[in-house]
Design a protein around this ligand. Structure first.
Ligand code: ZN
Ligand code: ZN
Length: 411
């Protein structure tokens, strides 16, 4: 194998011990592209060593996905396997941990009919909602990691031979995921402490809004009432402290869905369910996107924005310094998990309902505090080394938070 087997094993171990933090006697639900089988097998070994009850993998295959677009009847694109997603919801209600391995071809669907892609995405989003809510509500411990998929690698390194590209991507994933050193688990303990330092500071400040300024961007993002900043390790409702994302460099919170105003330009292309959306530029008024453009993939973007009532409003704002290891690679991964951790970002759609001081709010209370509700949650990057951010207090006082893409203070 072209992929360093030792590091792959460390990634698997990290996913179980630090990522999902699997507890003795817990079931584990895994989803992965079929080519990630070597990683899934290693994860299963570490899961059972950690005391897993049952490990259940669900695989996806690009050829089977494409077969649908080529041969399925038109009505197929308004359907989704509800039974599967309902089963996932049931599993989560019974304390099953969730591990997702990503690494699919980011452009798999880019030459398919955008109408079909949009309808299929919508049908899946609707069917997945009950299961997704349990994840966004953080009912159970969960984690996402990456497999260096071949098609993904070729897109990132088109100048290299496929095997070399895959090996380069594997190395980039290992270093971004901090599994390069001798003891990745300890490495992550240190990293988590650092992220907590920043989220603690932001929570103490309790800003009313954040103001982003940079080329093409002049955006005020109001923050939800009683919002809470989070980052790195956090405790799920079932009491397990896990790291949902590996890698993760962000601290994030819930913006106020009615209090976002101004213009913002994306600083990286957005790879969304097989399509690439480039040079997004949108205008917000009272929290809602009233104008949206993209130089490429605009049709897909507009479909996304029309998914439902909450799709034009923000559900997340996240801060990532420009000196993060992922930003430093200078690579565009065409993958949200990595690209969102290279830059400050915002997300359209569903808010993280856990990002409140009181984590047991009702739906109505969340909405009244400014939390957004939607069947989508799509992150896109607005940070760069040219972005300044001010925190604005309730009385209008401005405090520098970021200057030229870095934390404006040192402690
Ligand atoms: Zn984020
Ligand atoms: Zn997000």
């Amino acid at each position: 194998m072209i992929i360093n087997e030792q590091k792959l094993d460390k990634l698997a171990e990290l996913a179980i011990k630090t990522g999902v933090a699997l507890q003795k006697g817990q079931d584990l639900l895994l989803t992965a592209p079929i080519e990630a089988l070597p990683l899934v097998r290693r994860i299963s070994v570490h899961a059972y060593k950690a005391g897993a009850n049952i490990v259940t993998p669900l695989f996806s295959d690009p050829e089977i996905t494409l077969a649908r677009y080529l041969h399925a009847p038109d009505e197929s694109f308004d359907k989704a396997p509800n039974w599967l997603f309902n089963g996932m919801g049931e599993a989560f209600d019974n304390n099953t941990a969730r591990l997702a391995i990503v690494g699919e071809d980011p452009l798999l669907l880019s030459s398919q009919d955008p109408d079909k892609v949009g309808r299929a995405n919508k049908a899946t989003s609707i069917a997945y909602k009950p299961a997704r809510e349990r994840i966004t509500r953080f009912d159970i411990n969960w984690n996402i990691i990456s497999w260096p998929g071949k098609a993904w690698a070729i897109q990132m390194f088109p100048e290299l031979k496929p095997e070399e590209a895959q090996s380069r991507l594997a190395d980039a994933i290992f270093s971004a995921s901090r599994v390069d050193g001798l003891d990745p688990v300890e490495e992550w303990d240190k990293h988590n402490k650092n992220l907590k330092k920043w989220s603690d500071w932001l929570n103490k400040k309790n800003f009313y809004s954040l103001h982003f300024k940079g080329p093409g961007t002049d955006l005020t993002v109001g923050l939800a009432k009683d919002h809470e900043w989070m980052g790195g390790a956090s405790m799920a409702q079932n009491g397990v402290i896990c790291n949902p994302n590996i890698p993760s460099e962000e601290v994030f919170t819930t913006p106020h869905a009615q209090k976002v105003d101004g213009e913002v330009c994306a600083t990286k292309p957005l790879s969304h369910q097989g399509s690439l959306i480039e040079n997004i530029k949108v205008k917000f008024e009272k929290g809602k996107i009233i104008e949206a453009h993209a130089s490429k993939g605009e049709e897909v973007l507009l479909k996304v924005l029309d998914s439902d009532e909450g799709a034009r409003r923000l559900g997340e704002v996240a801060l990532v310094p420009d000196n993060s290891p992922i930003a430093q690679t200078g690579l565009l991964f065409y993958n949200t998990l990595f690209d969102e951790n290279a830059a400050c970002h915002i997300a359209l759609g569903q808010c993280y309902t856990k990002c409140f001081k009181n984590q047991n709010l009702t739906k109505e209370e969340i909405i009244s505090k400014g939390g957004n509700s939607s069947m989508i949650h799509i992150d896109w990057m607005i940070g760069s080394n040219q972005i300044d951010i001010d925190g604005i207090e309730e009385d209008g006082t401005k405090i520098p938070v970021f200057r030229k893409g870095q934390w404006a203070l040192n402690f």
